[in-house]
Ligand binder design. Structure first.
Ligand SMILES: Cc1cc2nc3c(=O)[nH]c(=O)nc-3n(C[C@H](O)[C@H](O)[C@H](O)COP(=O)(O)OP(=O)(O)OC[C@H]3O[C@@H](n4cnc5c(N)ncnc54)[C@H](O)[C@@H]3O)c2cc1C
Length: 340
């Protein structure tokens, strides 16, 4: 039986651990701060596709990740006996002016081929319960967007890993290949080790409301996600901040985001706030997933760069990395490898 050590119990580390465990490896996950201590312990969990236009490798990889998610998460749920909060909820977006309506119609055409018949994008009147306020009275709707409950998903992964005999602990001694899935801190460590900037953290704030609309499609407007979760909470995200002293502190930027969410969906006005949260996204310089061997450190690998879509990308990244580390089959896309 192969042994493998994963450093970091966020969505990347736990996804790698589950992929390794279900292939029969003896897995240990070590995180001195405990599971979900980084960005993955947040609130939002939108699994949202890129717009179906201007197609590029990154968009194709994201589509692949979104399409594999239902089977992957149902496997985690079956192994753990716990819900992940996954639902292909779909999404609606208010259309602010005539140009946005025209662009949305063009995207509907693009989706017919680019989404390979797997999902729809359409334009329709904003006349259903849960639809956002829309200046044109129209929304763009897609059936590809999904959501996960971040903390439920991590708990389900941990239980699935343990059910296969793996461990998730705060300390331990590395055995076998080592996967560094250490988020923003890991990008700083890697930059220091290589003497060049390969990535950094980018702060985000979000909040959670007691508002139960678990069957509604999620809402997206630029910079604003409203995600209705399986446990009867509603998440609102997210700010994007480059300059900050404390990555875990919330402030008035979150109040402004909350106010905007209420404008977009007035039904949220009186919903009590359950939690305010801030964390640091791991943003690679390439702005894509970073999946590769650690240069100059044989037996060490990097799984990082989830940035704003880590929950969507982690299962695909984990599978590709375990293909390479455990099975010797290197199918990692060039776009995800270390530059230079
Ligand atoms: C406000 C906000 C909203 C977001 N919304 C979404 C969203 O809607 N959809 C989406 O897909 N993504 C979203 N993201 C991004 C997503 O959260 C991240 O891409 C993802 O969580 C990154 O996962 P990770 O496992 O790489 O890193 P992390 O979750 O940060 O995990 C890294 C872990 O490594 C541990 N660690 C650090 N150093 C060491 C070490 N030396 N040894 C061992 N362990 C170590 C840390 O304790 C931490 O637990 C959001 C992020 C933020 C901040």
């Amino acid at each position: 039986m192969s042994e493998i050590t994963i450093l970091g119990a966020g969505i990347f580390g736990l996804s790698c651990a589950w992929e390794a465990a279900r292939r029969g490896a003896r897995v240990q996950v070590i995180d001195p701060n405990g599971p979900g201590a980084g960005a993955s312990g947040g609130l939002v969990g939108a699994l949202a596709p890129h717009a179906p236009e201007g197609w590029a490798a990154a968009k194709a990889l994201q589509l692949q990740a979104l399409l594999m998610a239902p089977d992957w998460w149902s496997g985690v749920e079956a192994a753990s006996g716990l819900p992940s909060g996954y639902l292909r909820s779909g999404r609606v977006q208010p259309l602010t002016d005539a140009r946005a309506v025209e662009q949305a119609h063009a995207r509907a055409t693009g989706a017919q081929t680019l989404w390979q018949g797997q999902a729809l994008w359409r334009v329709r009147p904003a006349d259903r319960p849960g639809d956002p306020t829309s200046p044109t009275g129209m929304v763009a709707e897609d059936t590809l967007t999904a959501r996960l409950h971040p903390r439920m998903a991590l708990a389900a992964l941990i239980a699935a890993i343990r059910a296969q005999g793996g461990t998730v602990e705060r300390s331990g001694t590395a055995r076998g290949p080592v996967i560094h899935a250490t988020g923003a801190a890991g990008l700083r460590d890697l930059s220091n080790d290589l003497g060049r900037a390969v990535g950094r953290g980018e702060k985000g704030q979000a909040l959670s409301l007691a508002f139960d609309a678990r069957d509604w499609p999620q809402i997206y407007a630029p910079g604003l996600h409203i995600v209705f979760h399986a446990d009867g909470t509603t998440a609102i995200g997210s700010t994007s901040e480059r300059d900050y002293d404390r990555a875990d502190a919330t402030d008035t930027q979150l109040d402004a985001l909350h106010a905007r969410a209420v404008e977009v969906l007035p039904a949220l006005r009186d919903a009590p706030i359950l939690a305010r949260w801030a964390g640091e996204r791991p943003r690679a310089a390439s702005r894509t997933v970073l999946l590769d061997a650690w240069p100059g450190k044989p037996g060490h690998f990097i799984a990082n760069g989830g940035f704003k879509t880590g929950f969507a990308m982690a299962p695909l990244a984990a599978g590709l990395l375990m293909d390479r580390v455990l099975d010797g089959a290197d199918r990692i896309p060039d776009a995800w490898r270390m530059a230079g």
